[in-house]
Design a protein around this ligand. Structure first.
Ligand code: PGA
Length: 234
């Protein structure tokens, strides 16, 4: 299976023009690569961007019903979106997403033939207290409870303390966590690493930590830097 490199733009950029510029820089730069490159912009930019697979940063699971602010699986599918980021630590923290909500969102994603990028990861406190594996196991088991079709699942291991801090997780520790995560999911499922990835460390995660891809936040807003990351995974 191809490596999967995902740009997670979060709540950026501030204008359609900038979104189109970054996207076209990425599109041009990855033209001759074999890695699967996916861009996940804010919802409102999804219809503007064409020529690379797109992912949404969230999904809501009361499809077709009364949910003010909701974006359904049907809407995403209609736009041609392929992937959905689910359970990102920022959504767990600020949008109060619980494991149960994450589980419902994974089911909703699969119902529409979209591919989940299911994010898990521990806080610094949980890691320091020696609870990392316990947290990862709980997040995986609860997030996937009752999910039968795991064919299109992708898991992203994102230690929360490594996100947006420049303090990326060491390759050794990442490999240990990825090996642990693999015990609970099918062999074919891709496991990505995310947390302060840049072109200077990206190849190491693929080659030495045996990640099947990367989830890139800050560095994905710089087309040139992001293209270097994609190429490092070839
Ligand atoms: P970062 O974010 O690359 O800016 O650390 C990664 C993420 O939150 O997915």
């Amino acid at each position: 299976m191809k490596n999967l490199i995902v740009a997670n733009w979060k709540m950026n950029p501030n204008s359609q023009k900038q979104a189109e510029e970054i996207f076209s820089g990425i599109k041009k730069g990855v033209e001759n690569t074999t890695t699967e490159t996916v861009v996940c912009p804010p919802f409102i930019y999804l219809p503007l961007l064409k020529g690379l697979p797109l992912g949404a940063q969230n999904i809501f699971f009361l499809g077709g019903s009364a949910l003010t602010t909701g974006i359904s699986g049907a809407m995403l599918k209609d736009l041609g979106v392929k992937y959905v980021i689910i359970g990102h630590s920022e959504s767990r923290k600020y949008l109060k997403e619980t494991d149960e909500i994450v589980n419902n969102k994974i089911k909703e994603t699969l119902k529409f033939g979209l591919k989940p990028i299911f994010c898990i990861g521990e806080t610094a406190e949980e890691r320091d207290a020696g609870k990392k594996n316990e947290v990862l196991e709980r997040q995986i088991k609860k997030g996937l409870e009752g999910v039968e079709d795991l064919e299109s699942l992708n898991v992203a291991y994102e230690p929360i303390w490594a996100i947006g801090t420049g303090n990326n997780c060491s390759v050794e520790e990442t490999k240990e966590s990825i090996d642990f995560i693999r015990k609970f999911i099918p062999k074919k499922t891709r496991v990505l690493y995310g947390g302060s990835v840049k072109s200077a460390n990206s190849a190491d995660y693929i080659k030495n930590a045996k990640a099947d891809g990367l989830l890139v936040g800050g560095a994905s807003l710089d087309a040139e830097e992001f293209v270097k990351i994609v190429k490092s995974a070839e």
